[in-house]
Design a protein. Structure first.
Lengths: 166, 351
């Protein structure tokens, strides 16, 4: 009986490991000089692709274009681990990662968890980085128009106000 | 009674004949007034149907017809016939650049095309302005192309610019790289879309006789390594499509610039701006119009996914070519074929 349970456990464990696609398979989908997100190939990777994407996005030994694209591709996954991961990037000190983290968070969660997106947007609307304020304000316009209007009233740069309205 | 009927019939017939003659004359006059005149300068004057003629003089090395329009429409060239009446769009058509607000036709895009002297005809729709630029200066064995870099932020790009220069000089093309100009902070992160108002404003700063390289901190809406305003871009025409964008932050690893990759990206986008396509597109089914560029066929797709990566194609199938669609982590992309150099040497802004 014990050996049967052991075999079942080994099988389950192996299945779980097998479910995560190889890193190289995921990396291939992030290649190309003029890359754009296509949902189909990522969905075809099956379960665990989001885990690999989170690893790639966090891997500081990789060139940023791969990490940026991993963050963008994470917009296809609306699970809790991905939500936490994107929130962390959205609050990062590097505006390139912060903007992409926030953008993917919005795409993945603005319908299912608008408050989650709003909290991060409120934080980013105070950022010294103009493009972060613009990205956050644009999202806020959809979630909470009065807060967006307040942003426009206090934003000092005309081109930022104009860009936020676009 | 019969006589009266006959007279009426003759009168009606005569009236019909006269009207028909008059109508024919009127139509003839309309057609005559709509015959396109031959343009010899830069401004093209098509008739109201968008058909026109232009003269290519003996000694012309290359020419570029450019059409601009409002940013929500795509100008379209429907025909381009050489002086012998050959329709070039049957083969050149798939390589004609078409985008919202800007389209063009370049001759030559490979050694198969020739700017034959004589009267050429064209047909275009959805344009607001048409312009013809010709290069008549002598062909040089070692031509020079002026390059103007612009940068946002304080990254040092001199090593990358030297790598880019070296790639071109190995193929006999001198890049005269001017001092890098610093961009205002509002241009540090811009859209990849050349019709975007901020991107357009920035790119319009470029001179029409140079390749304008805009090293931006990041895109606001893309994760490209870089992109060109067209294949080719608007050489000889100042405006929104007169340059290329290169994303600095995408080329960093742990905060440091990858100079080799950045130099290759700058060279790759400049290649697009001057008229070069990817030798093979990612799916292994589309190839550029140049005969000697290595093609990476579908059979190289080792894992049957949707992409032929640089690793799968390797040097044998062109991964080391500057214009390969994918960057190559395990090798340099610094090769240009004779066929590609043929196009570069004939670039409108090369001297």
């Amino acid at each position: 009986m014990k050996s049967v349970i052991l075999l079942v456990l080994i099988f389950v464990n192996t299945s779980l490991v097998m479910a995560v696609p190889e890193r190289n398979k995921v990396m291939r989908l992030l290649e190309g000089r003029h890359w754009e997100l296509r949902e189909g190939p990522f969905k075809r990777l099956g379960e665990g692709a989001d885990q690999r994407l989170r690893e790639i996005a966090d891997n500081t030994s990789l060139t940023n274009y791969l990490r940026f694209r991993a963050l963008i591709a994470l917009s296809l996954y609306d699970n809790e681990e991905t939500g936490v991961h994107l929130e962390r990037h959205a609050r990062s000190g590097d505006s390139s990662f912060a903007r992409r983290g926030f953008s993917s968070l919005s795409r993945a969660f603005s319908r299912s968890e608008p408050d989650r997106v709003r909290k991060v947007a409120e934080h980013l609307m105070e950022s010294p980085e103009a493009q972060l304020r613009i990205a956050a304000a644009r999202e806020m316009r959809k979630i909470d128009p009065p807060t967006f209007q307040k942003f426009l009233q206090r934003e000092s740069k005309a081109w930022v106000r104009e860009a936020a309205r676009e | 009674m019969l006589g009266l009927f006959r007279s009426i019939l003759i009168f009606l017939l005569l009236t019909l004949i006269i009207q028909s003659c008059g109508s024919s004359d009127t139509n003839q006059n309309d057609v005559d007034s709509e015959l396109p005149t031959v343009s010899t300068g830069n401004d093209l004057n098509p008739n109201s149907s968008g058909n026109g003629l232009f003269e290519i003089k003996s000694g012309t090395v290359s020419f570029l017809i450019q059409a601009t329009s409002a940013t929500n429409t795509k100008p379209q060239f429907n025909s381009l016939k050489d002086p012998d009446g050959n329709e070039l769009l049957t083969t050149l058509g798939e390589f004609a650049w078409k985008s919202n607000g800007y389209s063009n036709l370049l001759v030559p895009i490979s050694s198969s095309y020739d700017p034959k002297p004589g009267i050429w005809s064209y047909s275009a729709t959805n344009y607001s302005q048409l312009k013809l630029d010709m290069r008549t200066s002598d062909l040089s064995e070692t031509p020079t192309i002026k390059v103007q870099p612009y940068i946002s932020g304080s990254d040092n790009i001199s090593s990358a610019l030297n790598i880019m220069k070296s790639i071109f000089s190995t193929s006999g093309i001198n890049l005269d790289v001017e001092d890098t100009e610093t961009l205002e902070s509002k241009y540090s992160q811009v859209s990849y879309n050349f019709n975007n108002s901020t991107t357009s404003e920035m790119v319009s700063k470029g001179d029409e006789d140079k390749v304008n390289l805009f090293f931006i901190t990041d895109y606001t809406d893309a994760a490209y390594l870089g992109n060109a305003a067209g294949i080719p871009g608007s050489q000889g025409l100042k405006g929104s499509h007169n340059g290329v964008l290169i994303n600095l932050s995408a080329h960093k690893t742990g905060g440091s610039l990858n100079n080799q990759l950045l130099g290759e990206t700058a060279g790759h986008e400049m290649g697009h701006f001057l008229g070069l396509f990817h030798p093979s597109e990612s799916a292994g089914t589309l190839f550029d119009p140049i005969a000697d560029t290595p093609q990476c066929p579908l059979s190289q797709n080792s894992n049957n996914d949707s992409k032929l990566t640089a690793e799968e194609c390797g040097q044998q199938y062109g991964a080391d070519n500057l214009m390969f669609w994918d960057s190559w982590e395990n090798g340099n992309q610094d090769n240009l074929t004779e066929g590609q150099v043929y196009v570069l040497k004939r670039a409108l802004i090369a001297k």
